[in-house]
Design a protein around this ligand. Sequence first.
Ligand code: CDT
Length: 313
Amino acid sequence: MPRYLKTAAAQLGPIHLADSRASVVARLIDMLRDAHASGCRFVVFTELALTTFFPRYWMEDQAEVDRFFEASMPGPDTRPLFDEAKRLGVGFYLGYAELAEEDGGTHRYNTSILVDQDGGIVGKYRKVHLPGHVDHLPEAPFQHLEKRYFEVGNLGFPVWRTMGGVLGMCICNDRRWPETFRVMALQGAEMVVLGYNTPTTNIYHDEPLHLRMFHHRLSMQAAAYQNGMWVVGTAKAGKEDGHGLYGGSCIVAPTGEIVAQALTEDDEVIVFDCDLDLGDYIRRTVFNFDKHRRIEAYGLITERTGVIPPPTR
Ligand code: CDT
């Protein structure tokens, strides 16, 4: 018996520094309504969906950085999105910069939440694989300061039984790391959803755009197949105050096939009716973890972070 969750990836076009949170939330609500009109019951928005991709800017004044963070979720600007989603009975994934007062201190994370069809926050994830650098790189065409502005996520990779399935989340650079998906697959994840802001330019290496897009798809398609799960990746795309982010939002089936993909670099909703049971045969056969995984051979995965080659003779 198929078990369908009609899902949308709601790609967001550029957000400029001058754009207000309210104007962005209005765009998210428009896409939520479009997705609902197509019969969707779950919408995946992007990473840092409420602001421009601010880690590209070097800022020394913490107050300036904190303008991009949310101290509460929902807050006054995001409440209309929650209200409309609840009214329509549509769940969603939303990425944002989180300012958390915890353990007697202030913490900043690159965060996503999962909101169910009744409007309740059922899950929170804080980005684990933060890309980029801490220091100012004045020679670079732009900065990528996630390692400066965020702490490494401290919630691991949990999954949630919600919306008729077992769902997990990750964020942007996490999609390039196979461990991300395998940890969630080991908890029974049937669908992993993520948002991303990926610059069109690699600041460290001259890399053609087609190759960057290939790596994006390669990572998500391999993860889907190797874990027998749906993977939904939603971009923030287009030129933000002149800085390019690629599009390529897509929905990937557990077979590894792309079943829907965005055509533009603007606000665009893509839809697929995802059968959460489709990955069953993969998880029962070639990737039957119980039968075929050999954890006695995998120790280095958690014991060692970097590469230590054998000594030269
Ligand atoms: N936001 C984010 O994590 N972006 C990174 C850029 C890294 S460039 C290879 C990404 O993995 O897309």
